[in-house]
Design a protein around this ligand. Structure first.
Ligand SMILES: Nc1ncnc2c1ncn2[C@@H]1O[C@H](COP(=O)(O)OP(=O)(O)OP(=O)(O)O)[C@@H](O)[C@H]1O
Length: 931
């Protein structure tokens, strides 16, 4: 039947489809499993039917070989066919030999073999059942035909047990071969068993229980074989697919019942044995087909509906589950997303916090760094202020760069920091590295501008009334002239300190012209071979002093612009003695000094400020042997070295605070005396060459500079003349003193040591007009110095100040009742000297120490007295410098506890007066006569 074939094929297709879906399905192994199942089925039936035959039990699940060997004797086969169809093999040859002695597979006798198997095969053939060749029992691999035969016999037996009604499923009516049961096994054709089986698996199968059982068992076999190698989780899907395919087939089948049947396609060879088994599942369909058509339709419809509903429900359930699962997944994803979002937000917040903290931290650091730098700067300022207060000589070190093709390989400078320079010293100079500290160190790359920048404050202080001295020290060729003046080919950038300083002075003077009127004049001298020479002399250079030191007579030229100064300096440079040496072709063999005098008048107060600045370019401090000089050059070098060593002695004495400082040992030290020992601000530029062969000079230069840096000069003092304000202040003080005295009189207690000596009024009023700056080298000529000893420290003060022209006298007024106060006579020694400052009767100390009072001649006589060698006397009074047109001023230098007071004139009454600006000042001694 075409429809049946189609269904068979479709069912087979379903299985094929399912099989295809289960990827990797091994058809061979399935086929083997199928064969085994069939073999087991046959074996089970044989065991059940014949039991143990010939003491040889067939295994329940025999292998192919076991199955073949078990049946090989033909005994089981003959017995079973006789059971099914009694008398089918009339004579069965039993084995005569001991079965135990005959191993499996051992050949039986040919007779036995032939007789039994032949009889069985004949009987089977007569029954129309599938048969096999006798040789199939002899060789392995052919058991399938044997199994087919056994299963056909089994089927026949089962059919027979049901009563043998109808058509036997293996084809046609079986005619019993023997008259005993009246039935004949009729073989329908001689097709091989497989063909018969294939055909018999068609829808033509009878509706017998046996047939049903067979179909069920085939179906279960099919299902088992399909699911055998599946994983548990694959089974539901596979079954579902199988069922849905069956459903489809069923529906298709139903539809085919109504529609004209299509011809069935041919069997697909791919389906092989599996499809054969599947065909047995068609029995249910056949059942339906055999019902009356109305009932069938009804059944079909309700069945279809219920199946459809069930399927829909299952689908819905499945969808619902999938949906639920997806919903759950989405929920989880949402949860994860929100957690991640929250995490990100948290991290973002943390990140911002961190950034902010970092920002604060960086800000704090920047603040701290700027604070640190501010503190450093303040420290530097404070340090400089302390230096100023202590009056230390400032020392700036400058390292000359390598010149020309000189190699950096020979550099002796190890490193340079703010104020420190370290020199690599060869072994013969001691340890490997030596460092020196100065106020500032300029490296080879420092420019002229940078060097001047640190010098500028000093220049400015000249305009404020300070004396300033800047001098350049260093070996020949180390860059002294470069620093002070600049290189030969001068440009604006390469200008040295001199030009820049004067330029600054003019700029500042210009800036201050609204309040101060400055008058600037310049001197330029040189010391060559211990001779002082005026470099600004347009004619022949004069040298008319007895000792060769004639600076006060040197030209003092008024300048009003930088241009004037440059012209003058060029003139001075031309006049300067310059000689060529092996070390430096432009080596100046003299010390040169440019002195700038400043006088500023306060336009509102009328006060006068005076300042003086020495700019000194010393001659080179090289070794004589090295410079290869002879003759005149040798003499020059010796003078230079002598004056520089005198400078060294002065520095050493000052550093050790010796009472005696040997200024007079050279013209140079005399020139610098006021700068080194006075109240000036002094700066030394120490220069060094970086070359290795200069390391000896470099080290000695730096050591010298270290000593210079330790010299304390005392606080610099401003040269400022007070005017009306100061006078008014004094008047107020006098009035107060007068008031106090009056009150004292009323109470009967004299407030003045000697009221009889009151009077004098404006005797101490400061004389107006310019004066010679105290730092001027001209003072040296009038200095009186006598060496009596060196134990005591020298003090210095200005007589004017002492006499009350300062707001703060050096000592507070002291009144000691009971002391013997009286006027001193000229040429007298007294313990203390007081002067009557004003008519208010205010007496103040002129000197607290033992003092000598007298005229200039008497003082000169006294100082020439060498009878007291333990004391050093120094007295100076100003001598009018002719070219300064200044009025005389006076200063005292106290030495130890003794004072010389000069310019003291004796009145006819022997009452002492000092002369000041042509006025007399009363003087009295505080205690009795000198013992
Ligand atoms: N800082 C510098 N930068 C560039 N060149 C320099 C520097 N210092 C010095 N020189 C050069 O080195 C050479 C010697 O310098 P300078 O004449 O100033 O030495 P000096 O110490 O004055 O010598 P002397 O003691 O013989 O007078 C010059 O050619 C000068 O231009």
């Amino acid at each position: 039947m075409a429809g049946e074939s189609a269904l068979s094929f479709s069912v087979a297709s379903v299985v094929e489809d399912v099989l295809n879906r289960s990827q990797g399905l091994d058809l061979d192994s399935r086929r083997a499993q199928e064969a085994a199942m069939r073999r087991y089925e046959g074996a089970a039936w044989l065991r059940k039917t014949v039991g143990v035959v010939g003491a040889k039990d067939l295994p329940a699940e025999p292998s192919e070989e076991e199955f073949r060997l078990g049946l090989r004797s033909g005994l089981i086969l003959c017995n079973v066919i006789n059971k099914v169809h009694p008398g089918a093999v009339p004579k069965v040859v039993e084995s005569s030999c001991d079965p135990a002695a005959v191993p499996d597979g051992a050949a039986l006798s040919a007779y036995q073999y032939f007789e039994n198997v032949r009889n069985f095969l004949v009987a089977v053939e007569q029954m129309g059942l599938p048969t096999f060749e006798a040789s199939d029992l002899e060789q392995g691999g052919k058991s399938s035909r044997i199994v087919n035969c056994i299963l056909a016999l089994k089927s026949y037996s089962e059919w027979k047990q049901t009563g043998g009604n109808g058509t036997w499923k293996f084809g046609g009516t079986v005619k019993p071969t023997t008259p005993s049961n009246g039935k004949h096994i009729v073989r329908k054709n001689s097709d091989p068993f497989t063909n018969s089986l294939s055909k018999s698996m068609s829808i033509t199968s009878p509706e017998t229980d046996n047939s049903k059982m067979h179909s069920c068992s085939s179906l279960s076999t099919l299902v088992r074989s399909v699911l055998l190698d599946k994983k548990p989780d694959e089974v539901p899907i596979l079954l579902e697919s199988l069922l849905s395919k069956l459903m489809e087939e069923f529906e298709h089948r139903i539809a085919n019942q109504v529609e004209p049947q299509k011809p069935a396609p041919k069997d697909s060879p791919n389906l092989n044995g599996n499809r054969t088994l599947l065909k047995s599942t068609s029995f249910n369909i056949k059942k339906v087909e055999d019902k009356p058509s109305a009932m069938v339709m009804e059944d079909k419809s309700s069945h279809k509906n219920s199946i459809f509903e069930e399927e829909t429900r299952r689908k819905h359930l499945k969808h619902q589950m999938a949906f639920d699962e997806q919903e759950e997944d989405i929920k989880e994803l949402k949860q994860t997303l929100s957690t991640t979002k929250a995490g990100m937000q948290f991290m973002q917040k943390k990140f911002h916090e961190e950034i902010q903290n970092l920002g604060h931290h960086v800000l704090g650091l920047a603040h701290a760094a700027s604070g640190y730098h501010r503190v450093l700067e303040e420290n530097r300022k404070l340090y400089n202020q302390v230096q100023d207060l202590k009056g230390n000589i400032r020392v700036y070190c400058r390292v000359r760069p390598f010149l020309g093709r000189q190699s950096n390989m020979t550099n002796t400078v190890d490193y340079i920091e703010e104020g420190t320079i370290a020199i690599n010293t060869p072994p013969k100079y001691g340890k490997g590295r030596r460092s020196f500290n100065f106020n500032k160190v300029f490296g080879p790359s420092s420019t002229q501008g940078e060097v001047f920048e640190d010098t500028r404050p000093l220049i400015r202080s000249v305009l404020d009334g300070y004396n300033v001295c800047i001098f350049a020290y260093g070996q020949t060729g180390s860059g002294k002239t470069h620093t002070m003046s600049g290189p030969k080919d001068l440009t604006e950038d390469s200008q040295g300190v001199n030009y820049r300083a004067l330029n600054d002075l003019f700029v500042l003077a210009e800036q201050r012209k609204g309040t101060l009127q400055y008058h600037v004049s310049v001197q330029m001298i040189e010391i060559y071979n211990e001779q002082v020479r005026d470099l600004l002399a347009t004619e022949e250079i004069r040298n008319n002093s007895q000792n060769g030191f004639n600076v006060p007579d040197a030209n003092l030229v008024h300048v009003s612009s930088t241009h004037d100064v440059i012209d003058l300096m060029n003139l001075g440079q031309r006049n300067r003695v310059v000689g060529a040496t092996a070390l430096n072709d432009r080596s100046s063999r003299s010390h040169s000094c440019l002195t700038v005098h400043i006088q500023g008048k306060d336009l509102t107060s009328g006060g006068v400020i005076r300042g003086c600045m020495h700019l000194v370019d010393l001659a080179g401090s090289e070794r004589v042997d090295k410079s290869e000089v002879t003759g005149d050059r040798l003499k020059e070098a010796q003078h230079i070295n002598k004056s520089l060593s005198a400078l060294g002695d002065v520095i050493s004495s000052l550093a050790q605070k010796n009472a005696h400082v040997p200024y007079r040992n050279s013209k140079l030290t005399q020139l610098l005396q006021d700068s080194l020992g006075g109240q000036a601000k002094t700066l030394m530029f120490v220069h060094i060459s970086p070359e290795l062969d200069a390391v000896g000079e470099t080290l000695s230069t730096l050591k010298f500079a270290e000593r210079v840096a330790s010299v304390e000069l005392g606080a610099a003092r401003v040269n400022k003349d007070s005017s009306d304000v100061k006078d008014l202040k004094e008047q107020i003080a006098n009035l107060k003193a007068a008031l106090a005295r009056k009150e004292g009189e009323h109470e009967g207690m004299p407030s003045s040591p000697n009221p009889n000596l009151q009077g004098g009024g404006d005797l101490f009023t400061e004389p107006k007009g310019p004066r010679k700056p105290t730092g001027d080298v001209g003072n040296s000529n009038s200095q009186v110095s006598k060496k009596y000893g060196s134990r005591q420290r020298r003090q210095s003060f200005d007589l004017d100040e002492l006499l009350g022209n300062s707001n703060s006298p050096p000592w507070p007024p002291v009144s000691s009742p009971g002391e013997d106060d009286r006027e001193v006579g000229s040429g007298e020694w007294v313990d203390k000297v007081m002067v009557n400052k004003q008519d208010g009767g205010r007496w103040e100390y002129l000197a607290r120490e033992e003092s000598f009072c007298g005229t200039s001649d008497e003082v000169d006589a006294a100082t020439s007295d060498s009878s007291e060698p333990d004391l050093m006397w120094q007295f100076s009074h100003s001598k009018l410098a002719t070219n300064m047109n200044a009025k005389p001023t006076r200063s005292l230098e106290l030495s130890s506890s003794r004072t010389m007071i000069s310019n003291v004139g004796a009145s006819p009454s022997r009452k002492m007066t000092t002369q000041r600006g042509g006025r007399a000042v009363e003087v009295k001694r505080k205690t009795g006569n000198r013992k």
